[in-house]
Design a protein around this ligand. Structure first.
Ligand code: ZN
Length: 378
C-alpha cells in the first residue's frame, strides 16, 4: 500500500541502479551470451537501459525515447555515452522475442526477490482482465451503417467487451486483454498474460495461478469479480490449495435458493472449513437436529470461505488492488496506448513494462547501497 501513495523515483540514477541490480545484470549477461550485437555495436547494457528508461519515463515510442535520451546528459552517461538508434531498439525487441527464456528468468528472479523484500507480497492475489485497444483502426464498420470491417492492420487482435470506468462508456473494442494476478497487499503484479480481447477471462485463471505458484508465491486467497463465478474457476483455485473469493452470480440454481443447508429450525450456519478435504461444515441453528452438523462439498455455491462471513467481505474488498494497478501501468508506465501490433509484440510490451515496474519496486524496497547510483549518474 505504501508505494501506491509515494511516486517512485524516475531519473538516470534509478536506471543505473536497476542495471546494476543482480536480477537485471543477470539478464544482460544472459543476452550477451547470445552474441547479439545491436549494429553498430551498442552494448546490451545500453539496450536494456533504454528499455527500462522507456517505461520509467512513460514514453510510448522508441523514436521519442531516443530523442529524449539524446537530450539527457545523465541518462546518456548511464547508457555508456552513446544513445542507441531507434532501429537498434527495434532489433533489440525482436531479439528479446527470440529469447523469451532470458526475460522470463529475469521476471521470475525479480518476483522472488520482491517476496523476500516485501513481506505479504503474493499472499492474497486479485485477478482481473483489462482492455488494451489495438494499435489499429478501432472502427467496427467501414462507414456509418456500412458493412463490418473485415481487414485489420492488427489481425491478431479481436473484438472484446469492456465495462465502463469513470466517464468512459462500456462497450465493444478491438484489441487485446491483459489478464493479471496482482498482489492485494502491495498492488504489485505477480503473474500476467496477454490474450486477444475475445478470450473468456475465467479460462486464464488456472494458468495465472500456476505462474503465481511457479514464482514461489503461496496465496491463501484469490479474489475475483462476479464474472469469474464459474465451477471451473473455483476448482482451478482449490486444485492449487487457494481459496476462491468470488461473489455469487445469479444463475438458475442460485435463483432456486435451495443450495444452502437448512431445516425446520432455519438456515444452517457456517461452522468451519476443511481445505484439504475441500469441505465446509454447516450446523443446525438450534442444534436440535441429529446430526446437528454436516459437511458439504466445497463448490461455487459452498466456497471454503463462505460469502456470509466477515472475513469474506474484508478479503473481497482487496480486489481493487488489481484495478488500481491496471490504471497505474497504463497511465504512469506507458502500458497504454499500444504502439505495436501482433500478439507477441504486445505481450513483450506488457512484459517489459511490468518488469520495469517490479524492478523499481524491488529497488525501492531494498536497503540503499550508498554511492552506486549517484556515482554512475553524475
Ligand atoms: Zn435443525
Amino acid at each position: 500500500m505504501a508505494d501506491s501513495k509515494v511516486p517512485p523515483t524516475r531519473d538516470a540514477g534509478k536506471v543505473a541502479t536497476l542495471l546494476d541490480s543482480p536480477e537485471i545484470a543477470a539478464l544482460i549477461a544472459a543476452l550477451e551470451d547470445t552474441r547479439w550485437t545491436g549494429r553498430p555495436g551498442y552494448p546490451i547494457r545500453a539496450m536494456v537501459g533504454m528499455t527500462l528508461a522507456k517505461s520509467l519515463y512513460a514514453v510510448p515510442t522508441w523514436s521519442r525515447m531516443v530523442r529524449l535520451a539524446s537530450e539527457m546528459d545523465g541518462l546518456r552517461r548511464v547508457l555508456g555515452g552513446q544513445v542507441p538508434s531507434q532501429w537498434a531498439c527495434y532489433r533489440f525487441t525482436a531479439k528479446l522475442r527470440e529469447h523469451p527464456d532470458a526475460l522470463r528468468t529475469c521476471v521470475d528472479a525479480v518476483v522472488a526477490a520482491l517476496a523476500v523484500e516485501r513481506p505479504g507480497y503474493g499472499t492474497v492475489v486479485a485477478i482481473d482482465g483489462s482492455d488494451m485497444p489495438a494499435y489499429a483502426n478501432g472502427q467496427r464498420y467501414l462507414y456509418n451503417h456500412g458493412p463490418e470491417r473485415e481487414r485489420f492492420s492488427d489481425p491478431d487482435a479481436a473484438w472484446g467487451h469492456r465495462s465502463s470506468i469513470s466517464t468512459r462508456k462500456g462497450g465493444g473494442y478491438y484489441g487485446y486483454k491483459l489478464h493479471a494476478a496482482a498482489c492485494a497487499v502491495t498492488d504489485l503484479p505477480v503473474a500476467w498474460t496477454v490474450r486477444p480481447a475475445n478470450d473468456y477471462e475465467g479460462a486464464e485463471v488456472a494458468g495465472l495461478l500456476d505462474a503465481v505458484t511457479a514464482r514461489g508465491a503461496r496465496p491463501e486467497y484469490a479474489v475475483m469479480d462476479k464474472g469469474y463465478d464459474a465451477s471451473a474457476v473455483h476448482a482451478a483455485c482449490m486444485d492449487r490449495g487457494i481459496r476462491p473469493v468470488i461473489p455469487l452470480k445469479r444463475t438458475a440454481d442460485v435463483a432456486r435458493g435451495d443450495y444452502q443447508p437448512s431445516c425446520e429450525h432455519g438456515a444452517w450456519t457456517f461452522a468451519g472449513a476443511d481445505d484439504a478435504r475441500r469441505r465446509t461444515k454447516w450446523r443446525c441453528p438450534s442444534g436440535g437436529c441429529a446430526p446437528a452438523s454436516r459437511w458439504v462439498k466445497a463448490d461455487r455455491l459452498h466456497p471454503l470461505l463462505p460469502r456470509e462471513t466477515p472475513r469474506y467481505r474484508t478479503t473481497y474488498a482487496k480486489r481493487g488492488a488489481v484495478e488500481r494497478e491496471f490504471g497505474r501501468l497504463k497511465h504512469d508506465w506507458a502500458l497504454a496506448p499500444l504502439r505495436v501490433r501482433g500478439l507477441s509484440r504486445v505481450a513483450l510490451h506488457a512484459d517489459l513494462t511490468i518488469l520495469a515496474r517490479l524492478a523499481v519496486a524491488l529497488s525501492d524496497a531494498r536497503p540503499a547501497v550508498a554511492g552506486v547510483a549517484t556515482a554512475r549518474a553524475s
